[in-house]
Design a binder for this molecule. Structure first.
Ligand SMILES: Cc1cc2nc3c(=O)[nH]c(=O)nc-3n(C[C@H](O)[C@H](O)[C@H](O)COP(=O)(O)OP(=O)(O)OC[C@H]3O[C@@H](n4cnc5c(N)ncnc54)[C@H](O)[C@@H]3O)c2cc1C
Length: 406
């Protein structure tokens, strides 16, 4: 196996580095992005997105007719690898550009897509994903937000939750139930809507870290024109699968401390009078994380090899997510134990290693839920990688109205 760039990939990487060098600052050492997304960060992200679009580095895999570069998924990965080395804003456009707009390009009428794709690509409009509900997360097809046809419009009533960035988004991709009399997957329809429509209320959720990056979104008699329907009535699940397939590529690598960071921390700490790296328990954990990191590196290279050959990554990419999310949380927990009382300091200016581990402790549980919980990913691995018998799905073929509370 050869993991190095092809000649074309190396040339593209050089172009990317030249662009980044002239438009952004390199990160100083290993640093982490603060979790909080405030108005200033949104403004910064909009400006950075506009700069990328101007230089042809936004929408790398999107067709040229939509303002994209017409490039390969591998080029998209290379751009991400290089951009990660620079201090540029994250967390604002990933869902819209990674998931919502590709769905719009696949399903909207040409004139509708033309109206929305360009402004999103240039950072002028931000999109969010309105799928999860209080009783429909892993089983999103069990959602209950209703859409009822009324003339040329649809009237929406219900509630979404965990909607990342809804409070600064201009538009949202909305999955609704249009027919409760058929089995759950068959009665769904996808729309997009203006988040400033009458009847939309966004309430921020306070997170354990003190930030509020996601929201509850309530809909009371919200009217959406039928022209904003994506796909056929009742075909919303198929449209949602397009979005979720893009999610697999959009989520990518979880940020946060890794083996090298915890090793560096252990080298600087003492347990009793001896360096922490002499402690047998610390050494055992470090060895485990080294092995996991190497395993993950090669698992990722399998995905990259598939992309480089023009193939789509398969269900085995779930292995990467389930192991890395767990590792991140374990590392954060153990690092705080090693730091003892110093673990209580959360100010990046004074805490060891800029409070990287303290912040990871609070954000890492979310990483084990977003984009598929550990259990759901294990189900995928069991059924689609190992070929084990499927999960029990008692409600799959029954009318949704007969299944739960509606
Ligand atoms: C940081 C973050 C950002 C998010 N952003 C968005 C967003 O922008 N838009 C959006 O729509 N959603 C978003 N979500 C929601 C996310 O998609 C859901 O939280 C996720 O799908 C899990 O659903 P749930 O929270 O309802 O948990 P549930 O599905 O209720 O799961 C509860 C528990 O039951 C387990 N479980 C469920 N089903 C099974 C099964 N079949 N077998 C075994 N165990 C099972 C789960 O693993 C979990 O441990 C976000 C979540 C997070 C954490």
């Amino acid at each position: 196996m050869d993991f190095s760039d092809t000649d074309e990939e190396a040339a593209f990487r050089r172009d990317v580095v030249a662009f980044l060098d002239s438009h952004a600052e390199k990160k100083a050492g290993r640093s982490f992005d603060s979790e909080a997304i405030d108005a200033a960060r949104v403004a910064e992200a909009r400006a950075w997105q506009a700069t990328k679009a101007q230089a042809g580095f936004a929408g790398i895999t999107w067709p040229k007719r939509w303002g994209g570069r017409g490039g390969t998924p591998m080029q998209h990965v290379i751009y991400g690898q290089e951009e990660a080395k620079y201090a540029v804003p994250h967390g604002v456009f990933e869902i819209g550009l990674g998931m919502c707009i590709p769905t719009l390009m696949a399903y909207a009428a040409k004139d509708v897509a033309e109206r929305y794709v360009g402004p999103a690509l240039r950072g002028e409009e931000i999109w969010c994903q309105l799928f999860s509900e209080p009783s429909a997360g892993s089983d999103v097809a069990g959602l209950r937000t209703r859409a009822v046809r009324d003339g040329d419009d649809w009237v929406i009533d219900g509630q979404k939750i965990w909607t990342s960035g809804a409070h600064f988004s201009d538009f949202g991709l909305l999955l609704t139930r249009t027919d409760p009399s058929v089995p759950k997957h068959a009665g769904l329809t996808m729309f997009f809507l203006d988040m400033h429509s009458t009847g939309v209320e966004v309430k921020r959720i306070k997170q354990i870290s003190g930030t509020s990056n996601f929201n509850e979104v309530f809909f009371a008699d919200v009217r959406i024109p039928d022209a904003q329907r994506l796909g056929e009535v009742g075909a919303g699940w198929k449209v949602a699968l397009t979005t979720l397939m893009h999610e697999r590529l959009a989520i990518g690598t979880l940020g946060g401390p890794d083996f090298q960071d915890v090793l560096e921390l252990a080298r600087h700490l003492k347990i009793g009078d001896a360096p922490a790296t002499k402690d047998a328990n610390v050494r055992n954990h470090l060895a485990d994380w080294y092995v996991q990191s190497k395993g993950l590196e090669y698992t990722k290279l399998r995905t990259l090899t598939a992309l480089s050959r023009g193939q789509m990554p398969g269900p085995e990419s779930s292995i990467y997510k389930v192991v890395s999310a767990r590792k991140l949380q374990d590392i954060a927990n153990f690092a705080l134990d090693m730091m003892d009382s110093a673990g209580l300091a959360t100010d990046p200016e004074t805490a060891p290693m800029r409070a990287m581990f303290q912040h990871a402790l609070l954000s890492s549980p979310g990483g084990r839920i977003a984009g598929g919980t550990d259990e759901i990913l294990r189900n995928i691995i069991a059924e689609r990688v190992l070929g084990l018998p499927g999960d029990i799905r008692v409600d799959r073929d029954r009318p949704f109205a007969d299944v739960g509370i509606n």
